[in-house]
Write a protein that binds this ligand. Structure first.
Ligand code: RIB
Length: 321
């Protein structure tokens, strides 16, 4: 049976805080007292766990990383950047996947608090800001891919601007009927991209065509089949992320719709697979790995209320004329 710090302190006749100073080798402890504590640990076969050390010192060198969909390469790459930076700094990472589920988000945040993590990095997510910040508290937190209120730290890209760049690309190559396949409405970044598309279409005097999507391959595939089978199919499609754009390309190839001769496609994220589709995908690049590393840097340096904004940029390949 594992023994606790309290039992060591009782057997050695000292306080718990004196035992913790010996465990963490921090602060003064007289030689005679130290020997009594070490003898008590040997008698009780006490092995201080890293959590035990951390619960006393508040330093577990562990952080939580909460993301909405671990199967999505964008989130996976952000997580990889965070974890690389964490390991380089001697931290370990507890990865939690909420699957866009509010209750699971809260469950994981409570689990992380119980694991005595020193902080949490939250990527994406759907929670209303006040709910999420309440659920995270009192853990130090950095938000990635969402803009939160001014007294929080976050890593952000202007998705409205990124969507405008994508839409303007399709307009610039002469597309006259441009559709947008959205991300899930619960996603703040999806709503920003929809807004950017609508504003750009309005400024160009073009009639928008919006098809609900979900950031997943199947969502893009089904949306494209509906679009391509219409009497007046689009000659340009802006997908709110690359996973849906890949689904759109699959549907086009199955239906014999030529990309880019019949329809040009622009995605968003620039995941590695965007280079491998046939034709290769034109997309808006988010520097996911750098975003993850920047998030850990803000956490590690305990920088509060810091905002780091990255630029979204167009990466042109063969899915556009
Ligand atoms: O592909 C997943 C999308 O959800 C990304 O574009 C990212 O911005 C997140 O919001």
């Amino acid at each position: 049976m594992s023994n606790t710090i309290k039992e060591v302190a009782k057997l050695a006749g000292v306080s718990v805080s004196t035992v913790s100073r010996v465990i963490n080798n921090s602060g003064y402890v007289g030689e005679k007292t130290r020997k009594k504590i070490v003898d008590a640990m040997d008698t009780l076969s006490f092995e201080p766990s890293s959590i035990a050390r951390g619960l006393v010192s508040g330093k577990t060198s562990t952080i939580g990383l909460l993301l909405p969909d671990v199967s999505n390469p964008f989130f996976a790459e952000v997580a990889r950047g965070t974890e690389e930076a964490a390991i380089e700094s001697g931290f370990t990472v507890i990865l939690c996947n909420s699957n866009w589920d509010l209750e699971r988000e809260r469950m994981y945040l409570n689990v992380l608090k119980g694991r005595a993590v020193e902080g949490v990095i939250v990527i994406g997510n759907r929670s209303a800001e006040r709910d999420l910040i309440g659920a995270v508290s009192p853990l130090p937190c950095v938000f990635v891919d969402r803009k939160v209120s001014s007294d929080q730290s976050y890593i952000w890209i202007d998705h409205e601007k990124g969507a405008s760049i994508a839409t303007e690309k399709l307009l610039s190559i002469g597309c006259e009927h441009i559709a947008h396949v959205t991300g899930p409405r619960k996603s703040t970044s999806a709503r920003s991209r929809l807004s950017g598309y609508l504003k750009t279409m309005k400024q160009s005097g073009m009639e928008p065509s919006v098809v609900p999507g979900n950031f997943r391959f199947a969502g893009g595939y089904e949306a494209a089949k509906a679009l391509f089978l219409k009497d007046n199919p689009p000659d340009g499609i802006f997908a709110a992320n690359d996973m849906m754009a890949i689904g759109i390309i699959q549907a086009a190839n199955e239906l014999g719709v030529s990309i880019p001769n019949d329809v040009s496609i622009v995605g968003y994220d620039d995941i590695d697979m965007a280079k491998c589709t046939s034709p290769a995908l034109t997309t808006i690049r988010q520097p996911a790995n750098e975003m993850g590393r920047a998030a850990f840097s803000l956490f590690k340096n305990r920088v509060s209320e810091m905002k780091i904004e990255f630029d979204a940029r167009l990466v042109e390949r063969k899915s556009t004329k």
